[in-house]
Ligand binder design. Structure first.
Ligand SMILES: Cc1ncc(COP(=O)(O)O)c(C=O)c1O
Length: 340
């Protein structure tokens, strides 16, 4: 048995998704004629409480179309230094939208209101002028951490007071909602635009969704077209997305519980502490063991695939295709890890 904990994107579409894809009613989405895409977009606009929504092929494109819609070339974007949009999108934001990052430190993935305010104030001292703030919830690099709702609202309130719009990279916003017992809508309310991924944890093969106000979504449509992301009979993708929304969200609680078990195994193996202090909050475990290369080799030899996201930082991610037996095997391999 191979236990693949490299990412929650490695899942295969469920049988229900494959059936829905085969049976999907489709049309040319660039003419606005794909009923299944339209249904998915309307559903997402409704659950996020936004005026309009749009299907894009990937989370990266979701972030990019929002940057393009919210900023002009030369604008700065206040952002946490470890966010996906800064570190893991191959420089797409500066390359596509011409933005510069005003990167501030994060605390377990969350920004401090004071840091964001200082970055905005710096424009008065000949520094780049920000027009947007970008946030990430849950925060991948911090280990799937969830923004406390009051902190999210405080940063959002500051941004709006200072005339900046807010983009929320909510690739795993479903995970945050499930972990807190809250709703997507109340988290998305903090943002002008929000991106969520159907392909992470929810087990859909392709697709992310973007939502926001009508005027911004008009600009986002144009940006998607320019990036080559406007699709045709995309209902085959949207059909799997609708099944993901129906079947995938509540199930995430199982992933969170399994990730907690993996975190406990890590804490027991290295009691001196190599997990972030925030602990395991959702489906991602990041930690810095004494010999990361040796650990990856040992896990691989034990049939457990893990990855790294920064020098020395190992990541384990639970998802729909990992069950309790797989997590047992991974915990056992962690307990047997050689070395210090
Ligand atoms: C927080 C976050 N945002 C955006 C993305 C990009 O998604 P995609 O891989 O679909 O482009 C990811 C991918 O893992 C992510 O973790």
């Amino acid at each position: 048995m191979l236990v693949d904990l490299r990412s929650d994107t490695v899942t295969r579409p469920t049988p229900a998704m494959r059936r829905a894809m085969a049976d999907a009613e489709v049309g040319d989405d660039q003419y606005g004629e794909d009923p299944t895409v339209r249904l998915l977009e309307e559903t997402f606009a409704d659950i996020t409480g936004k005026e309009a929504a749009m299907l894009v092929p990937s989370g990266t494109m979701g972030n990019q179309v929002c940057l393009l819609a919210l900023t002009r070339p030369g604008d700065a974007v206040v952002v946490g230094a470890r966010q996906h949009v800064v570190l893991y999108e191959a420089g797409a934001g500066p390359a596509n939208a011409g933005v510069t990052w005003l990167a501030v430190p994060d605390e377990h993935g969350r920004l401090n209101v004071g840091d964001v305010e200082a970055a905005i104030d710096a424009a008065a001292h000949h520094q780049p002028v920000p027009s947007a703030v970008a946030l990430e919830d849950t925060h991948m690099a911090a280990g799937g951490t969830v923004w406390p709702k009051d902190r999210l609202d405080a940063v959002s309130e500051l941004a709006r007071r200072r005339g900046l719009r807010v983009h929320l990279d909510g690739a795993r916003l479903w995970h945050a909602a499930v972990a807190t017992g809250g709703t997507l809508r109340e988290r998305a309310a903090a943002a002008t635009t929000v991106t969520c991924c159907l392909s992470k944890g929810l087990a859909a093969p392709i697709g992310s969704l973007v939502a926001g106000p009508l005027d911004v979504m008009d600009a986002a449509h144009l940006a998607r077209k320019r990036l080559g992301g406007a699709m045709r009979q995309a209902g085959v993708i949207a059909a799997a997305g609708l099944v993901a929304l129906r079947d995938g969200v509540e199930r995430l609680a199982e992933d969170h519980e399994r990730a907690r078990r993996l975190g406990a195994a890590v804490a027991e193996r290295w009691p001196e502490g190599c997990l972030p202090r925030a602990g395991v909050q959702t489906n991602i475990v990041v930690f810095s063991p004494p010999d990361p290369g040796g650990l990856l080799r040992h896990l691989g030899e034990s049939g457990v695939l893990a990855g790294t996201i920064a020098p020395g930082v190992v990541r384990l991610v639970t998802h729909a295709d990992v069950d309790d037996a797989g997590v047992d095997a991974a915990c056992d391999a962690i307990a047997r890890a050689p070395g210090p």
